[in-house]
Write a protein that binds this ligand. Structure first.
Ligand code: RB5
Length: 146
């Protein structure tokens, strides 16, 4: 299952992306928001990050206006590697090299069709492991030593 969530700035793109993914047979659980009323993006990052941390969701997708705030917030959760992507190459690398378990998108900056390609690329990519796993281990060492 893929957990998806957004603030008001990412709401519209979230709705389109959810339909796109479901149409492609991906199981998606929507953690809100469900309208365009103004909310705080750290509050919207939390339920999706918790779902990924607990293993309830395999991966998560988070959206805000730029994708910046929600990615900063998501990366504060232990074990979360959130990647803000606005191009397809970065989306591929985010999985292959960084094993990103959350993809972040900017609803006000990334067009709908491009966002679909970014999400599809990231979802279909595989982590390459090896030296990349060692580097991720170093990120987790930083996390543990705070
Ligand atoms: C909300 O206006 C906006 O600041 C938020 O969606 C996001 O872009 C923050 O990084």
């Amino acid at each position: 299952m893929i957990a998806i969530g957004s603030d008001h700035g990412g709401f519209e793109l979230k709705e389109h992306l959810k339909k796109h993914l479901e149409g492609a047979g991906v199981e998606v659980k929507d953690y809100g928001v469900f309208n365009e009323e103004s909310v705080d993006y750290p509050d919207r990052a939390e339920p999706v990050c918790r779902a990924v941390q607990s293993g309830e969701a395999e991966r998560g997708i988070l959206l805000c206006g730029t994708g910046i705030g929600i990615s900063i917030a998501a990366n504060k959760f232990d074990g979360i590697r959130a990647a803000l992507c606005s191009d397809v190459y970065s989306a591929l690398m985010a999985k292959q090299h960084n094993n990103a378990n959350i993809l972040c998108l900017g609803g006000r900056v990334t067009g709908r069709e491009l966002a679909f390609m970014i999400a599809d690329t990231w979802l279909n990519a595989e982590f390459l492991g090896g030296r990349h796993a060692e580097r991720i281990g170093k990120i987790h060492d930083i996390e543990k030593n705070q």
